[in-house]
Design a protein around this ligand. Structure first.
Ligand SMILES: O=P(O)(O)OC[C@H]1O[C@H](OP(=O)(O)OP(=O)(O)O)[C@H](O)[C@@H]1O
Ligand SMILES: NC(=O)CC[C@H](N)C(=O)O
Ligand SMILES: [Mg+2]
Length: 498
């Protein structure tokens, strides 16, 4: 049965409680390329490989060979889902690809993307990063018009909405734009059709999407366009970053080149600040610089705001490292590697037994006793969400002989869930929603704890603070969230003052 309330049954918002334990916060990765002179499936495979950190549940590629669409999608990592033979069976002029981290619809193969839907003009294949907040209403509308839904994702609804408009007589562009006006929430999309690829961002541009160019053909003289969630997806295939798709923009990539359409009158940029703090890769470029540089600056601001006397600064691999280096640079406290990460453990890590969950951190991070022993340590991480990582880490550092453990976090306390494409737990699971900084410090057993201020985090961007969504730190949601959806995650009456 498909429920009307998008968050009312097991299939929404994604997984059973058991499976959600230790599920990291991620967003999906999307990719698209039109290059008839190249093996587009293979280039998409590499693009997705670079975007693997954005979603590790399933992966898929759809290619278009004229009117024919070829699709392969499966549960698992990109390297597990594809091999040479499978890629060979995906011929075509253009391709779109997806790595999924479920937010609406369970983690099952039926919900893997791209979503392929038939129209009077041929198939369309849609890859979505983000999350709609009007899923229930849109689903209801589409079911009323006898739309044949096969999955429980919000993404399939966008594909069907486009198909419905196209089947009503509109062309690809008009049909898609009419459909986007029916969608509320976050959507960065790559959409393949028999004649070209669309790259689209919602009016707030909550999730990223960039355009690159690649020289193709034997003589390397044919310029083609590539779309990717992050610039690291361009680098891996040798494409050059051209620019971002703008909030409320649709780019239409065909044999004739790239055409741009601003499909909404009211674009208002609200890029997810958590993309910059944690999700996106540090080698990806946002706001004109690598996120490594931004995160380094976060660490410097943190050291200015919350200094402490200590012997060494260490970072929590992977995403806490740049801020730890920044903290060390400004504080003058030497930086050291105190935690070694098992490089074969990804972000998605679901421990099968309670005992393993408790000790699970050791599978991923092992402390270096001879570096930490007898030392006063500043440990820097990018965020505390549920608090499980930090609690286990602090114990591991003390077991390794640290005499003092001071934790510094390069973002403010996460007090509110995200409805725009990150499956943060419901609010009661967010440690900072119910506890003050002092209480958190006690719970995770640190000698001191300090978070970066919201001002510090926004100032470090060097951009207009208004152009970011920081709802997870404030509860100030830039796209209003309908009550039933809100109630599914925002379940506390009062949030701790921190
Ligand atoms: O408070 P918690 O709920 O435990 O979550 C917070 C941790 O999760 C993230 O790291 P993660 O291990 O997912 O990925 P990373 O290796 O990229 O840092 C984040 O960087 C924090 O370390
Ligand atoms: N994290 C995402 O961007 C998820 C995309 C989409 N909402 C899904 O669940 O498949
Ligand atoms: Mg981490």
């Amino acid at each position: 049965m498909i429920p009307n309330d998008p968050f009312s049954c097991d299939d929404y918002p994604g997984m059973s409680d058991e499976a959600r334990i230790d599920k990291p916060e991620e967003a999906c990765g999307v990719f698209g390329i039109l290059a008839p002179e190249e093996d587009v499936a293979k280039l998409t495979y590499f693009g997705l490989y670079a975007l693997q950190h954005r979603g590790q549940e399933s992966a898929g590629i759809a290619t278009f060979e004229g009117d024919r669409v070829h699709l392969h999608k499966e549960m698992g990592l990109v390297s597990q889902v594809f091999n040479e033979v499978i890629l060979k069976n995906l011929p075509g002029n253009l391709a779109v690809g997806h790595t999924r981290y479920s937010t609406t619809g369970s983690s099952r193969v039926v919900n893997a993307q791209p979503a392929v839907v038939e129209t009077r003009l041929g198939s369309l294949a849609l890859a979505h990063n983000g999350n709609l907040v009007n899923t229930a209403v849109l689903r209801e509308e589409l079911l009323e018009s006898n739309c044949n839904l096969v999955s429980t994702t919000d993404s399939e609804l966008i594909a069907h909405a486009i198909a419905e408009e196209v089947n009503a007589g509109y062309d690809w562009l008009e049909g898609a734009i009419r459909a986007f006006h029916r969608c509320r929430g976050a959507f960065s999309l790559t959409i393949g059709t028999p004649v070209g690829i669309m790259g689209v961002r919602d009016p707030n541009g909550i999730r990223p999407l960039v355009i690159g160019t690649i020289d193709t053909g034997e003589d390397g003289r044919t310029k083609r366009y590539v779309l990717s969630s992050e610039t690291c997806g361009l680098d891996i295939i040798g494409a050059e970053y051209l620019r971002d798709v703008e909030p409320g923009e649709l780019v239409w990539i065909t044999d004739a080149g790239l055409a741009s359409f601003h499909w909404t009158q009211q674009p208002k940029r609200k890029l997810c600040i958590f993309e910059m703090i944690y999700f996106a890769r540090p080698d990806s470029i946002m706001e004109g610089e690598s996120l490594y540089s931004y995160r380094l600056r976060l660490g410097r601001h943190l050291a200015e705001e919350s200094p402490i006397d200590a012997d060494i600064v260490i970072g929590v691999p992977d995403s806490g490292i740049p801020a730890a280096i920044g903290y060390s640079q400004t504080s003058g406290i030497p930086y050291a590697e105190g935690l070694i990460k098992n490089r074969y453990v990804g972000r998605t890590f679901i421990q099968p037994t309670q005992k393993m969950r408790e000790t699970g951190i050791r599978m991923k991070l092992n402390p270096l006793k001879d570096v930490l022993g007898g030392k006063r340590i500043v440990i820097v991480d990018d965020s505390i969400v549920r608090g499980t990582t930090s609690r286990k880490l602090v114990k591991a550092l003390r077991d390794a002989g640290a005499t003092e453990v001071h934790m510094r976090i390069s973002s403010p306390p996460v007090t509110h869930p995200c409805f725009y494409g990150i499956d943060t737990d419901s609010q009661d699971q967010l440690i900072a929603a119910t506890k003050s900084v002092a209480e958190i410090a006690k719970q995770i057993d640190v000698d001191s704890l300090a978070y970066l201020s919201r001002e510090g985090m926004l100032k470090a961007t060097g951009e207009d603070p208004q152009s970011f969504c920081s709802a997870c730190f404030t509860g100030d949601y830039p796209i209003s969230v309908p009550e039933p959806v809100k109630r599914s995650k925002l379940i506390l009456e009062k949030v701790a003052s921190v």
